[in-house]
Ligand binder design. Structure first.
Ligand code: FAD
Ligand code: UDP
Length: 371
């Protein structure tokens, strides 16, 4: 049997721990924060599951992952349909016939497509090379100006000209009247929150969990004591930033309890202008229908900020420069950290969604431990 140390009690670490223990391996999980579940941590306040680190909607087209996660919780039928507030004007997201109708008065898909074609002609058929060009080529200049530019530049702290196109391709564009933010086959929110999923994953007698423990306080001892280490923190921090810092985006969450039943009428409202300092407000009770105390609600404003050492690194910034540096760290890891496996959003420096994290962890289990 192998003695595993897992650094980080987020979804990647917990999935690996669960599978390793199921196969009889002894696992110790250490977590720097004072709670498990990483960024999917949820906590009950007034009968409402509060998503402590921003809105988390589970969505996937991977049936294996969907069945897998359903072992640990029952999912409701929540369908994410955020709205955009641009200086008080309300638009449906993602970009669909409801958005186009409100903006341009067009009624048919053909009229909408004609409008987009007319506006994207400023690109003169050029292949989009950055987020701005990609956005204009998908939805035209009006939507780019009102619903994308301000939001994106706040979120990423840089010009849309200096951002990779793939970020905006995360959002569907549809010529149907369909406000579902995702195209995936399966979607929902776990009834009773996300933390229970990780709790159940870590429940085995073969797993010990210590929170409030930083790997770097005893790195050398851990390396000696354990056969294998699964590291889900930042790969550049692991190597003491020896090749330079990778770039991350951080966030400040401002959570408020209000004595009203329904503050904004939707779980997620994006503020897409450049002037409002936050990107979105979540009203947590709307993720679970009819739950929570009457006349109480909890909202969270999300403010993006530049990451510096000591902040939580929520998003990798996957532009060419950072991806190149990550590759160098990966090569260093392959050379010098043979007993360490780097996984998850931070270990692999990838803008992973939850389903991709589970899938990646299961793949690592397969190569590391076998079926
Ligand atoms: P994490 O959850 O970050 O876990 C890593 C853990 O390692 C952390 O708890 C950290 O404290 C710990 N750690 C790091 N360094 C050390 C150390 N030195 N010692 C000990 N512990 C350490 N995905 C979706 O599918 N749908 C969504 O709607 C969605 N919304 C999101 C919204 C926001 C604002 C953010 C930031 C992410 C969102 N995601 C969403 C992505 C989702 O959060 C991630 O895919 C998933 O949580 C990543 O899991 P992980 O285990 O890789 O990382
Ligand atoms: N985006 C935007 N306007 C919106 C919502 C999203 O321009 O109202 C852009 C923005 O660049 C963002 C990207 O689309 O970073 C991906 O959005 P998503 O909702 O997937 O972001 P996440 O939930 O990962 O923060």
């Amino acid at each position: 049997m192998t003695k595993y140390l897992i650094v980080g009690a987020g979804l990647f670490g917990a999935t690996f721990a669960y599978e390793a223990a199921k196969k009889g391996h002894e696992v110790k999980v250490i977590e720097r924060r004072n709670h498990i579940a990483g960024n999917i941590f949820t906590k009950e306040v007034n009968g409402i599951q509060v998503h402590q680190y921003g809105a988390h909607i589970f969505h996937t087209s991977n049936k294996r992952v969907w069945d897998y996660v359903n072992q640990f919780a029952e999912f409701n039928r929540y369908t994410n349909s955020p709205i955009a507030n641009y200086h008080g004007e309300i638009y449906n997201l993602p970009f669909n016939m409801n958005t186009f109708n409100k903006l341009w008065g067009v009624v048919t898909p053909e009229e909408a497509q004609a409008k987009i074609d007319e506006q994207k002609s400023i690109l003169k058929g050029k292949r989009p090379e950055n987020l701005e060009e990609q956005a204009i080529s998908l939805v035209g200049t009006d939507i780019y100006e009102k619903l994308i530019k301000g939001y994106t530049e706040k979120q990423w702290g840089r010009s849309t000209k200096d951002l990779p196109a793939f970020i905006i391709r995360r959002l569907p564009v549809r010529l149907t009247y369909d406000n579902n933010y995702f195209n995936d086959d399966y979607q929902g929110i776990p009834v009773g929150g996300y933390t229970q999923i990780v709790e159940k994953m870590l429940a085995s007698d073969l797993i010990t969990v210590e929170t409030g423990v930083d790997f770097f306080d005893k790195k050398d001892e851990y390396l000696k004591e354990f056969d294998r280490i699964i590291f889900t923190g930042m790969i550049d921090e692991y190597f003491n930033y020896s090749l330079g810092e990778l770039e991350y985006r951080s966030l400040k969450f401002e959570t408020e309890k209000l004595d009203v039943d329904n503050y904004q009428g939707n779980a997620v409202v994006n503020y897409t202008d450049a002037e409002t300092p936050f990107t979105r407000i979540i009203e947590h009770k709307h993720f679970e229908f009819g739950k929570g105390d009457k006349n109480k609600t909890v909202i969270t404003r999300e403010y993006p900020k530049t990451w510096k050492r000591g902040d939580e690194p929520y998003y990798p910034v996957n532009n060419t420069e950072n991806n190149t540096l990550y590759k160098q760290y990966k090569e260093l890891a392959d050379r010098e950290a043979k007993n360490v496996l780097f996984g998850g959003r931070l270990g692999q420096y990838r803008y992973y969604d939850m389903d991709q994290v589970i899938s990646a962890a299961l793949n690592v289990v397969k190569t590391e431990i076998g079926d």
